[in-house]
Design a protein around this ligand. Structure first.
Ligand code: NAD
Length: 286
């Protein structure tokens, strides 16, 4: 069992760190807002009062932070854990992931980018899909830890590739939410029974994990996150930035990014990303 330092105990990080404790690992956690660290301690983890204290003596360091600058902000502390394997599971820009891996290697650490999909439910149940970028040996070393957190763990290529795959994932999810929101808005405007419509749509080619998990809360306007609009807006920025680097047009991704931006300006940044429905309803005058 490994000695693990875990930084970032938010919606995703807390249940992931708790699953590692339950699997028998020795996990020391740190979160910037101390209430979350206290919740981790209540569930069997060891609380640290700084990132540096969390990683002291760690064989594995896991970061689960909101965005690229947050990962950069803890890098100096993580790099004090010489010899450790740093698995960054946050969703950040591929270029930042590559830079972080470079810095880690120069400081005598191994590093992987291992962003996840599957949401809070996947984090709680330990069924996340994990897209891993880095060296094959390091992926093999990380696998026993990653298998506690996820069900589908795939090595997709060298450093940064995990983040590129995650950007693709976020395009698909945002586009699907956008079209589910448009479909529900159309159905509602035409006075169709929404629950019956969702039931039959789910059984055909329109069926999806988004429809299964998000349609019912969308029908009842239950937008507790889950995955916040602010974070999905950040991810679409990452996808569009990567597309610009690669010279690839993403017309639908750009459109859904604008809808996500509108959700933020309308004050929905802290709601679940399915709150995109509120923007569509407003456009429709509903
Ligand atoms: P969150 O905002 O709930 O959690 C992030 C946590 O990091 C917060 O508790 C915050 O206080 C803490 N934090 C920020 N800076 C810190 C620092 N310097 N040191 C210590 N703690 C710090 O976000 P989340 O929903 O848990 O998402 C985390 C990452 O996972 C993001 O990159 C997100 O895009 C990605 N993700 C989220 C979901 C989801 O459904 N929520 C799904 C897949 C991937």
């Amino acid at each position: 069992m490994a000695r693990i330092g875990f930084i970032g105990l938010g919606i995703m990080g807390l249940p992931m760190a708790v699953n590692l404790v339950r699997a028998g690992h020795d996990v020391t956690g740190f979160n910037r807002s101390p209430g979350r660290t206290a919740r981790f301690a209540e569930q069997g983890g060891t609380a640290a009062d700084s990132a540096r204290a969390a990683v002291e003596g760690a064989e594995v360091v896991i970061t689960m932070l909101p965005d690229s600058p947050d990962v950069d902000a803890v890098a100096d502390d993580v790099l004090t854990a010489a010899g450790a394997l740093w698995i960054d599971m946050s969703t950040i820009a591929p270029a930042t992931a590559r830079a972080v891996a470079d810095r880690a290697h120069r400081s005598g650490l191994r590093a992987l980018d291992a962003p996840v999909s599957g949401g809070e439910q996947g984090a709680v149940e330990g069924t996340l899909s994990v897209m891993v970028g880095g060296a094959a040996d390091d992926v093999a070393a990380a696998r026993p830890v990653l298998e506690v957190l996820g069900k589908t763990i795939v090595h997709v290529g060298p450093a940064g590739s995990g983040q590129t795959v995650k950007a693709a994932n976020q395009l698909i999810v945002a586009g699907t939410i956008g079209l589910v929101a448009e479909a529900l808005t159309l159905l509602r405007a035409q006075d169709v029974d929404l629950a019956s419509a969702v039931e039959v749509l789910s059984g055909g080619l329109a069926g999806s994990a988004v429809l299964d998990r998000k349609a019912t809360p969308m029908l009842t306007h239950e937008f507790t996150p889950g995955f916040r609009v602010d974070l999905h807006h950040k991810d679409l920025g990452i996808a569009l930035g990567s597309a610009r680097e690669a010279g690839v047009p993403l017309p639908l991704g750009a459109a859904v990014a604008q809808l996500m931006a509108a959700a933020r300006t309308q004050g929905h940044g802290d709601l679940d990303h399915s709150a995109l429905l509120l923007v569509l309803e407003q456009l429709a005058g509903l």
